[in-house]
Write a new protein. Sequence first.
Length: 294
Amino acid sequence: MSKSFRYSFLDRLVFYLSYFFYKSILPLEVRKPKWKLWWYEWKYSLAKFKDYNINIPWHNDIDRISTRFGDFKIRVNTSDAANVSPAFERRDQNYLLKTINELCRKNKKVLFLDIGGDLGSYSVLVGNRFKNEQVSVKCFEPVPDSGELIKENITLNGLEQKVDLYQVALLNNDNPEARITLDIGTPGSSSMKSSTAENIREITVKAHKLDTLLADEVPGYDALVCKIDVEGVEHEVLLGAEKVIHSGKEIYVMLEDFINPSIIPFMEKNGWSFLAKVTSYNSWWYFGGGDDPS
């Protein structure tokens, strides 16, 4: 039986305890710059608790960070450093790796879709962890500067044969001139939605439906695992993936739900089964034949 969406007080308590735990052990998981990143992370977290919309840039001339999950080129004077930290969305990362690992143990061929790639941290995470498994990675990122950074990070980690990059936005139509609002200080918060924030600019990018790009490839896999972080246009991404969703495959989705909470009733209305919510940012859902996974 499908579980109802929930995020209880106990769930929140566990999240915050784990949040501070992973921040505390950061020096054990960062190779370099160990202490500079640790100090930045605490400043970043404390500022975010006061005002979530504030941007805390990485004021440093170091543009490469090495962690237990991979090596990452970042943009200085942005919040990229926080996004490649091992503490970033850590419980969701753990859930993701556990999900893929269980599918691999069942000898299933897995396709991981990193939708809203930013600088490729999730693609590198999965690519490195499952480098020798039947796991393929496809990363989608429309912002040109971010796409170039993803290419560098793929190369830094030797994942050229593991990760495919698509420099397009995913929506519910094919549009060669879609508009996207760039957040200069926090590139990962760039959005297809209009914004009144400061330090932004608009550019034109290509947009496609996921069905247009991958519907013919999906039959070659047993399961799909997706991360969708697209700053408020999650509905549009899913509406453009009807063929993929109804392909009969097992589909697991980590979905950003705190920017636009209306995505939750959308998922429930459209046949998705709630699995878990282990952070304040995202929730996990399942779509496919047979019984819901426990």
